[in-house]
Ligand binder design. Structure first.
Ligand code: CAA
Length: 386
């Protein structure tokens, strides 16, 4: 693993930092309070290659590597966690999924608009009764004599669901086969039979729109199957490995914002005649925050580097992705909690962003696989036991 970033990696980091600091950070509070979708900022990120960072230029992306993706995501999340959720799902779940498993025709047809940020992509796996236990899904796709599929069912917690143009959907094509009976489909939300349901009122990442979606006799043609019939669960798991690197980067960016605020405040705020940063109890907090932040960042970069190696030589990066996501999301919870505590009453006030950081951090321990699921994946891979 190279600790020196390339010129290209530093360049995309710089582009992301500039947009994040000039446009996203100043508007983060507004979008958190109103829950509006930050469409103009997303379009701007798209115009600068940040909605399809790893997408080859021939499909409208920036053609960069996984380390570049992590560096850009950290900058965006440092400015606002909710924006980085939209960027992450678009990049790692939608674009990455289609690039890895889609046909050439599907890549040509669906990737460009999403990678350019002109349209938004989403990923639909979770259902009201199946979250961690993804194979317990009930959404069904029944094959017809002409080779098309009729889809019926409900999906929940769909990030960017209210605004998505295209969605990668996972549906059961043969319930008797369990995980091997799941198939992935490309959904065009403009087609008949697709409906958006209730929008979720959330604790944090409020500018990232989330809703239920429903299918009633939605017809998917054979060329809208992603991968092959029955391959859907493996596609979902493979795509989530990449997604987990995105969420780890998001957690690092958010944790970094809270950490910087805490260090600055500990220098400025006086108590008992001294800067509070000179008290040992605050120093201990700052040292623990710094260790967890650096560990999270390094493990996230290692996961991205490992992903890049598997793209060249084959293999999987599931363990590295889960280690990064688990470590970074727990670091984000710890660091935002400690940063709020260091700010005391000001941390609890909406006049400062600390309470938003704290609310936003919680989701990183839940979506794209809870911390419990990450521990399960890591332990299974390490022991070979189930
Ligand atoms: N890559 C490729 N294949 C994989 C894989 C991976 N990472 N992980 C598992 N598989 C394969 C297995 O090899 C196995 O195939 P074989 O039978 O041929 O060997 C098959 O998939 C089934 O695997 P398991 O038996 O391990 O499956 P399981 O039912 O025990 O489930 C699990 C494993 C880890 C619990 C999995 O269900 C899981 O990750 N659950 C969490 C789901 C999740 O993360 N949901 C997030 C929702 S999406 C979201 O949040 C997005 C958003 O909008 C922000």
């Amino acid at each position: 693993m190279d600790f020196q970033f390339t010129e290209e990696q530093l360049m995309i980091q710089d582009v992301a930092r500039r947009i994040a600091q000039e446009k996203i950070a100043p508007s983060a509070e507004h979008f958190d309070q109103t829950g509006e979708f930050p469409l103009d900022n997303i379009r701007l990120l798209g115009e600068n290659g940040l909605m399809g960072i790893e997408v080859p230029t021939e499909y409208g992306g920036a053609g960069m590597d996984p380390v570049s993706y992590v560096l850009a995501m950290i900058e965006i999340a440092e400015a606002d966690c909710a924006h980085s959720t939209i960027v992450s799902v678009n990049n790692s779940l939608f674009c990455n999924g289609l690039l890895k498993f889609g046909t050439e025709a599907q890549k040509q047809k669906y990737v460009r608009a999403i990678a350019e940020g002109k349209e938004i992509g989403a990923f639909a796996l979770t259902e009201p009764q199946s979250g961690s236990d993804a194979t317990a899904m009930r959404c069904k796709a029944v094959k017809q004599a002409d080779g098309s599929y009729v889809i019926n069912g409900k999906k929940s917690w769909i990030t960017s669901g209210p605004v998505a143009k295209y969605i990668i959907l996972f549906a059961m094509t043969d319930p008797s086969k369990g995980a091997k009976g799941i198939t992935a489909f490309m959904i065009d939300t403009a087609k008949d039979g697709f409906h958006r349901g209730k929008t979720e009122p959330k604790l944090g990442i409020r500018a990232s729109a989330t809703c239920e979606i429903e299918f009633t006799d939605y017809v998917a043609t054979p060329d809208e199957v992603v991968g092959t019939e029955g391959e859907g669960f493996k596609i979902a798991m493979g795509v989530l490995d990449a997604g987990r690197i995105g969420i780890a980067s998001q957690a690092v960016g958010l944790a970094r914002a809270a950490y910087k605020a805490a260090v600055e405040y500990s220098r400025e705020r006086k108590s008992f005649g001294q800067a509070i940063g000179s008290f040992q109890m605050i120093q201990a907090k700052i040292a623990d925050m710094k260790c967890r932040l650096d560990a999270a960042e390094l493990l996230t970069l290692r996961a991205a580097w490992t992903k890049a190696q598997t793209e060249k030589h084959g293999g999987r990066f599931s363990t590295e992705a889960s280690v990064a996501k688990l470590t970074a999301s727990e670091a984000a919870m710890f660091i935002t909690h400690a940063a709020l505590q260091i700010h005391g009453g000001m941390g609890y006030s909406k006049e400062m962003p600390l309470e938003r950081y704290f609310r936003d951090a919680k989701i990183t321990e839940i979506y794209e696989g809870t911390s419990e699921i990450q521990r399960m994946v890591i332990a299974r891979n390490e022991t070979g036991l189930r």
